[in-house]
Design a protein around this ligand. Structure first.
Ligand code: AFP
Length: 279
């Protein structure tokens, strides 16, 4: 696992440079789910593929930008699912974006997720690595990632990040969000899940939701590349991640690009979500 952590740090430094130098315009290709790719998406994906392709303990890798799983070393132990540059459409308006990693064993399922990590490229470059026990925060200083703290969520927070198109929200979800604002929660939503979730983790609590809605009943965020990795990080930070009723890490994955409704947060906010979603 150490060599994977080192590879994540190396990829982060390379992608940081790509963002700083890169061309945030559209490429003439689209990814496996039909989204037009930015040149940054492709360049970031290639960096991760190159770096992880050299690690003996890596058996397979799969990118959110692609449809196929690549076998690196048939005798390897770990399966890596990654989103090379989540929120890349925010680069041209100078908002923070991120890279997300899920490190699985045996197969790409929530129950086999052993570790996860994300990097936020913003005023600082922050990295959170979760080994399945604790979520540790690092910050890039003089080209080295320096440990800052173990992330611990308070029982409740004050921020709420409300994803999905409001006109498509189901009535019970809209009532839940309205009630939260009525009780004093503050809206924090940039359109980038990595910085939006990072803010809740580092500030100590709150709720991020990307629910199922009439336009996307199974939500938008992908299980393997986005939902599961953050779910592990939130659980190891003393919070949790549910789909409205159950732990998202217990969700079944039938296809590598399956999505899941998701609520990430502190314990008391998730109790509130569960009651709102169970009448
Ligand atoms: P892009 O990668 O296409 O910019 O989407 C980012 C994202 O997948 C995730 O980072 C955000 O939380 C979510 O989409 C925002 O979606 P909405 O624009 O529908 O709120």
């Amino acid at each position: 696992m150490i060599e994977i952590f080192e590879a994540i740090k190396e990829s982060a430094k390379r992608i940081k440079t790509i963002i700083e130098m890169g061309d945030s315009s559209k490429s003439d290709s689209s990814n496996s789910t039909g989204d037009t790719q930015l040149k940054l998406d492709i360049a970031s994906d290639l960096v991760i593929e190159e770096i992880f392709g050299k690690i003996p303990s890596v058996k397979q890798i799969v990118s959110e930008e692609k449809d196929e799983i690549f076998t690196i070393n048939p005798d390897g132990k770990y399966l890596i699912a990654y989103d090379p540059l989540d929120g890349s459409s925010l680069v041209d308006v100078n908002l923070s974006v991120g890279t997300i990693y899920g490190i699985y064993e045996n197969d790409f399922t929530g129950s086999n997720l052993k570790a996860s990590a994300y990097i936020v490229y913003g005023p600082n470059v922050d990295l959170v690595f979760c080994d399945g026990k604790v979520s540790k925060l690092y910050r890039l200083r003089n080209n080295h990632f320096v440990f800052l703290k173990d992330i611990k969520l308070n029982p409740s927070g004050k921020f709420v990040a409300t994803g999905s198109t409001q006109q498509c929200w189901y009535p019970h979800h809209k009532k839940m969000v309205d009630d939260m604002f009525e009780s004093g929660y503050k809206l924090r939503y940039s359109g980038g899940m990595v910085p939006d979730l990072h803010q809740i983790l580092v500030k100590g609590g709150g709720l991020f939701s990307y629910p199922g809605a009439s336009d996307k009943p199974k939500g938008k965020l992908r299980q393997l590349f986005e939902v599961f990795p953050f779910a592990l990080i939130f659980e190891c930070a003393g919070g949790g991640a549910i789909d409205g009723q159950n732990r998202v890490l217990e969700a079944k994955t039938l296809h590598i690009h399956d999505t899941s409704p998701c609520f990430f947060g502190s314990v008391s906010e998730l109790v509130y979500v569960t009651s709102a979603y169970n009448g």
